[in-house]
Design a protein. Structure first.
Length: 274
């Protein structure tokens, strides 16, 4: 956070950067552990962690699976912290971090076995994001996206409050709509791997001692952040019956060269007629 900017004027993402939080997604780091425990990520798999933050997920995955991970984030400060964390955790040989935009990933087609992301797509154009994920995944590559989801339609007034708390692009979808976006962008075997309501998220965060200690330490350094955190937490707590979260999954199909097949068929027909 720049010292010339007033605390009350900082955005949600600037707040996360200054806090150094790597577990700001639904359910915090305990949910990350649950997510990775049900994904079949194997040693040697190439994984993109989109919106990696300070690298907690990427480092944990490297240590537990032996996979090779590239973490990306648009914020250089997050990437700097992620590299430091990788060194501390002894996984810098497996993890690489770089500044990049999910709308235009700096990777060639058909490169990754997995794309994982946590509470990133909710703030962005979902079709553009999943289209880019599809491009860089290998055939049979898999995407797993942990996101907030609507249990029922939000009134206009609550949509306004939601965007005031978390930014103007914040746009959670229903469980069905999240899956529909994945399907529309070409993914198959689309499903919700698991889901919970928001009360579960709140309890998870309450039990995330590391996250709470980090927050307390930062508030002591900058008391002016307390009203912002109260505002965000108050909204979540008051309207928790509108929200849940889910792990949305899809697989890129094996692409068949239909043009080649058509030409072969024509040749066979021609040879029989001649």
């Amino acid at each position: 956070m720049r010292e010339t900017k007033k605390v009350e004027d900082i955005s949600y993402f600037e707040l996360l950067t200054w806090l150094g939080s790597g577990s700001s997604h639904p359910g915090g780091f305990p949910t990350t552990e649950q997510t990775l425990s049900i994904l079949d990520i194997k040693p040697g798999d190439s994984v993109l962690d989109a919106g990696c933050g300070i690298g907690l997920t990427a480092c944990y995955l490297a240590k537990t699976s032996g996979s090779r991970i590239i973490g990306i984030d648009t914020n250089p400060l997050m990437i700097k912290k992620a590299r430091i964390n990788a060194e501390k955790e002894g996984v810098s040989h497996l993890v690489e971090f770089k500044v990049a935009d999910v709308y235009a990933l700096p990777f060639k087609d058909d490169l990754f076995d997995w794309v994982i992301t946590e509470s990133v797509t909710i703030f962005l154009d979902k079709h553009k994001v999943f289209r880019e994920f599809y491009r860089i995944l290998k055939p049979q590559g898999q995407v797993a996206d942990l996101e907030l989801a609507l249990l029922k339609e939000l009134p206009v007034s609550l949509k306004t409050q939601l965007q005031e708390c978390f930014g103007p692009g914040t746009d959670p979808l229903s469980f069905e709509a999240w899956c529909e976006v994945l399907s529309q962008e070409g993914f198959q075997d689309v499903e919700v791997k698991y889901s919970e309501n928001l009360s579960f998220i709140i309890n998870q965060v309450k039990n995330d001692r590391l996250f709470l200690k980090e927050i307390q330490d930062k508030i002591r350094q900058q008391p002016g952040l307390l009203p912002i955190l109260y505002k965000n937490a108050g909204f979540v707590n008051m309207y928790q019956n509108y929200f849940g979260f889910g792990l949305f999954y899809g697989r890129k199909p094996v692409l068949i060269n239909t043009n080649f097949g058509f030409k072969s068929l024509i040749k066979k027909i021609y040879s029989k007629l001649s």
